[in-house]
Design a protein around this ligand. Sequence first.
Ligand code: HEM
Ligand SMILES: *[C@@H]1O[C@H](CO)[C@@H](O)[C@H](O)[C@H]1NC(C)=O
Ligand SMILES: *[C@@H]1O[C@H](CO)[C@@H](O)[C@H](O)[C@H]1NC(C)=O
Ligand SMILES: *[C@@H]1O[C@H](CO)[C@@H](O)[C@H](O)[C@H]1NC(C)=O
Ligand SMILES: *[C@@H]1O[C@H](CO)[C@@H](O)[C@H](O)[C@H]1NC(C)=O
Ligand SMILES: *[C@@H]1O[C@H](CO)[C@@H](O)[C@H](O)[C@H]1NC(C)=O
Ligand SMILES: *[C@@H]1O[C@H](CO)[C@@H](O)[C@H](O)[C@H]1NC(C)=O
Ligand SMILES: *[C@H]1O[C@H](CO)[C@@H](O)[C@H](O)[C@H]1NC(C)=O
Length: 348
Amino acid sequence: MKTDIMLLVCLVVFGFLGLCQGGELMMNFYAKTCPLAEEIVKNVTWSHVSSNPNLPAKLLRLHFHDCFVRGCEGSILLNSTANSTAEKDATPNLSLAGFDVIDDVKAQLENACPGVVSCADIVALAARDSVSFQSTSIWDVLTGRRDGTVSLASEALANLPAATFNFTSLSQRFASKGLSVQDLVVLSGAHTIGIGHCNLFSYRLYNFTGKGDADPSLNPAYAAFLRTKCKSLSDNTTTVGMDPDNRAQDFGNDYFKILKQHKGLFQSDAALLTDNGASNAVELLLDSNRFFTQFAESIKSMGAIGVLTGTAGEIRKNCRFCPCAKPPSTPLHVDNSFLPLPAQESEN
Ligand code: HEM
Ligand SMILES: *[C@@H]1O[C@H](CO)[C@@H](O)[C@H](O)[C@H]1NC(C)=O
Ligand SMILES: *[C@@H]1O[C@H](CO)[C@@H](O)[C@H](O)[C@H]1NC(C)=O
Ligand SMILES: *[C@@H]1O[C@H](CO)[C@@H](O)[C@H](O)[C@H]1NC(C)=O
Ligand SMILES: *[C@@H]1O[C@H](CO)[C@@H](O)[C@H](O)[C@H]1NC(C)=O
Ligand SMILES: *[C@@H]1O[C@H](CO)[C@@H](O)[C@H](O)[C@H]1NC(C)=O
Ligand SMILES: *[C@@H]1O[C@H](CO)[C@@H](O)[C@H](O)[C@H]1NC(C)=O
Ligand SMILES: *[C@H]1O[C@H](CO)[C@@H](O)[C@H](O)[C@H]1NC(C)=O
């Protein structure tokens, strides 16, 4: 193939793979190769959102999880194989959804321009388009990502922040992805939409310090309300809205208002008030215009984590399945014992 020859020539000249993968993300990467690509993603995504208002939260979270594990290269979409358990099947279950929407978008793109648009770009675009349902796009998405071939459950546990994390652990996880405290605070604003399962925060409601008490950093009236919803520590089926003031599920800066009222659902939300720099950022994000500007900037940074461009990776035909899977560079049967996290700290 032509690209292979070019890669070979490039390798001879530069002798270093990193310089030869070429390409960076850009606006409208598919302008020439698949001019309708972005319109198709948007149309198909909107058609799903119109019958399922919960989807924007699902697709936005999918983008986050994709990017934090091996970079934004669509590994979150891959099914487990006989030999390896994929990210999406990480235990405890990640309660992710929206895979069928990505499949539908991909099917229509394969109709229009076979083998051109990556699954990784579809995830990034569908997150933006679902959250921007029936409005102009809330943020720009650069494209040109290519798809990875490896997905490992153990890497989900080791790379994603958990709801139990304190500020130090959160900022470390973000820093390890090249993201700042500012990015951490701004992107946490995504928790203005969607739901959380009771078992992820119920320990904050009952016997938090062993004295039959609630987490003192949680608003007492809100804790009382949450106790009416979540009756036991192990309830992993009941869900509550992440932002009690956002019943309409509008995307905006409301999260920062409820955070200041100590109504952040997870310990990881409340943790943003425990650091001076982060709580200053929270304060500034009470300005709606500033929030939208900064969210666009931070999600652009998130969307660039570990991307494969140029000739790296591949363009998958089916987002759940990688036909030309090379053996993963990491061992197939991964020894989990090195994981730094106790089981309950992995995200559910
Ligand atoms: C800062 C560290 C973060 C932690 C610890 C965290 C943790 C969680 C947890 C535990 C849930 C609940 C899942 C469930 O119960 O089903 C959740 C939901 C969600 N997260 Fe995060 N998250 C973080 C950052 C982010 C970021 C950066 C984004 C996107 C930019 C995001 C978007 C979402 C969305 C939209 C939901 C709702 C999902 C739904 O409705 O199904 N989160 N997150
Ligand atoms: C997308 O939807 C718009 C509005 O319904 C329609 O005019 C347009 O033709 C659609 N584009 C594609 C590529 O299907
Ligand atoms: C699983 O491993 C076996 C033996 O190592 C190999 O023959 C097979 O191709 C692998 N299957 C997949 C889907 O990777
Ligand atoms: C944050 O959590 C980590 C990991 O559980 C722990 O080692 C550290 O002491 C905690 N830091 C603070 C300030 O509580
Ligand atoms: C609360 O925690 C303490 C200390 O772990 C324990 O002794 C007590 O039985 C717990 N109370 C309830 C009601 O679970
Ligand atoms: C929920 O809890 C039940 C009982 O503890 C357990 O059998 C089940 O596997 C859990 N489900 C998930 C999705 O974690
Ligand atoms: C991937 O897994 C899903 C859910 O288990 C299944 O419905 C689907 O057929 C699988 N797809 C492929 C390509 O393996
Ligand atoms: C959650 O994990 C279980 C097995 O661990 C799997 O059967 C299920 O499909 C997963 N759920 C999603 C949404 O991927």
